[in-house]
Ligand binder design. Structure first.
Ligand code: ATP
Ligand code: MG
Length: 509
């Protein structure tokens, strides 16, 4: 709201002592000296770790599939090989029973040799070089025997037929050996495949658990690294807003983006304090200027009038009638009174000795003050609406001083309503140990540019002779003496509320 103004009368001042300055510098240095590990680096490392885990899982799956594939191929090849050998053995038996199919047996043996030749590398990779050579040699031996049988069979020499008999048992022996080797390789490989599948299943479950755990850890790590400092930064800003300007201290072992934020906050605290000091200093100077000009003005006016009247009286004493002389002397007396009242007000404002405090009833205080101003209210067409709780606890204070505060506030209210209006006086018991007295008028209001100055001594907007500008300054001093505070809320054209807060006695004597 542009035209609504607020001010806390009990303002704070802050001074940047060299001790605090040293402390701030030390904190800033401590923040700067930390080894730097930025949040960005930590996030990158976390994702890199996740990426490595994923890559590892990918590579492991690829290796698993490749191995599975080669074993599958081996099974296929060995089955083909076994099939060819079985065929050869069938023809070999036919040959010994019926004397037929020997060539077929040979061609099956060659087909089995081809299988071994084509898939040599794959098979070696699965069963190893030694076993493969063994298989190859057995097959070659078997082929050699078959070739020998073939040549003996074709021979016309009857002695050769006899040589066939021992060869038959050799052939059987090698043939069954080759088949037994092939089927043992197949069985062994099948077992390997089953083992591979169950290891694969286990590996998938374990890596999934590991992956989920890593994600959980990374999330909690990032939350700790980011959310905690954010919450701390919020606490710092709240603390600064409440007027605590102690520097933000390093909380982490490493320097990161939040350390930079802490350093920026410390710089900001330093700047705010420096500006506040400058402002306090310039306000002090302005207040002293105002005070001096006010005293000079308030005393000069009556002194001028006294001097003029006395001069006239001295020069033309005999020319004036007795009544005129008396009137002039009364004028002089009035001016002396005016100067005296200014001096009294000033003394009130600067009084150092402590007034005597007693137990004061707020309702009585308000009622007697309102009675004092009864005529003033009637003359200015003012409606008074008191809302005073009779059961309020008493306050510890000086009745005369407190009455002076109420008089000042009520008179200011009356003067702010030249065409009449309503003046409310309300008292409430607050939970924080204070009694609040609100004095609200429906007057002209205070412009926002004046709100900061109304408690300054000699600040007045009233005509010469009507106000000294000491009323609120004196009231502010009195309330501070009572360990209370005075605030104002005003809206142009609507009115003003002054609120006085006084601590009440919990155990009145
Ligand atoms: N209720 C009010 N409504 C509007 N303006 C106010 C009110 N109370 C105070 N003011 C403003 O604050 C100024 C200072 O008030 P203060 O009581 O200190 O001095 P004063 O009333 O001018 O003179 P006096 O010394 O006679 O009290 C006033 O001149 C006026 O401009
Ligand atoms: Mg006043």
């Amino acid at each position: 709201m542009a035209d609504e103004s607020e001010k806390n009368g009990a303002g704070q001042t802050a001074e940047l002592s060299s001790e605090e300055e040293k402390q701030a510098e030390e904190t800033q240095r401590a923040l700067l000296e930390r080894p730097q590990i930025s949040i960005r680096l930590r996030i990158t490392l976390s994702f890199l770790l996740l990426f490595i885990i994923l890559c590892g899982m990918g590579i492991a799956s690829f290796l698993f599939i490749t191995q599975f594939d080669s074993k599958q191929k081996f099974l296929e090849t060995t089955s083909n090989y076994a099939f060819e050998v079985q065929q050869a053995r069938r023809y070999e038996k036919n040959f010994f029973l019926y004397g037929t199919n020997l060539k077929d047996a040979l061609s099956n043996v060659q087909a089995a040799q081809n299988v071994l030749r084509f898939d040599r590398e794959d098979m070696i990779s699965v069963i190893g070089d030694e076993k493969f050579t063994e298989m190859e040699q057995s097959l070659n031996r078997y082929e050699a025997l078959l070739n020998r049988v073939h040549s003996l069979h074709r021979s016309s020499n009857p002695a050769d037929s006899l040589k066939l008999i021992p060869l038959e048992s050799d052939l059987r022996k090698y043939g069954s050996e080759i088949l037994a080797n092939a089927s043992s390789a197949i069985n062994q490989e099948r077992l390997e495949i089953y083992r591979l599948i169950s290891t694969g299943k286990f590996a998938v479950v374990v890596s999934l658990i590991f992956f989920l755990l890593s994600i959980g850890y990374i999330i909690s790590f990032l939350t700790r690294q980011i959310l905690r400092p954010i919450n701390r930064a919020i606490e710092y800003t709240q603390r600064i807003a409440e007027g605590d300007f102690s520097p933000v201290k390093p909380m982490r072992k490493y320097r990161d983006e939040f350390s930079n934020l802490a350093m920026a906050l410390n710089r900001m605290i330093h700047e705010i304090r420096a500006h506040q000091d400058q402002l306090t200093q310039s306000r002090k100077m302005a207040a002293i200027g105002n005070l001096t000009a006010g005293i000079a003005h308030e005393l000069n006016n009556p002194l001028n009038n006294i001097s003029l009247t006395t001069e006239t009286l001295l020069e033309d004493f005999d020319d004036y009638s007795k009544e005129e002389k008396l009137k002039m002397l009364h004028d002089i007396f009035d001016q002396v009174e005016r100067a005296g009242s200014t001096v009294r007000n000033l003394l009130d404002f600067t009084r150092v000795e402590k007034p005597i405090f007693t137990s004061v009833s707020v309702s009585e205080l308000v009622n007697t003050t309102l009675k004092l101003l009864k005529n003033e209210f009637t003359l200015n067409d003012i409606q008074v609406e008191p809302e005073i709780d009779k059961n309020l606890p008493p306050v510890n204070g000086n009745p005369k001083n407190l009455q002076q505060v109420l008089l000042n506030l009520l008179l200011n209210g009356v003067q702010a309503m030249p065409d009449g209006g309503t003046l409310k006086v309300k008292s409430t018991l607050k939970k924080d140990g204070f009694i609040r007295i609100d004095v609200t008028d429906t007057g002209i209001g205070i412009p926002s540019e004046y709100i900061d100055k109304i408690f300054d001594p000699f600040f007045t907007t009233k005509e010469v002779g009507k106000g000294t500008g000491l009323g609120l300054a004196v009231s502010h001093g009195i309330i501070e003496n009572h360990k209370g505070k005075i605030t104002v809320l005003s809206k142009i054209g609507k009115g003003t509320t002054f609120s006085v807060f006084l601590p009440y006695q919990i155990n009145p004597l």
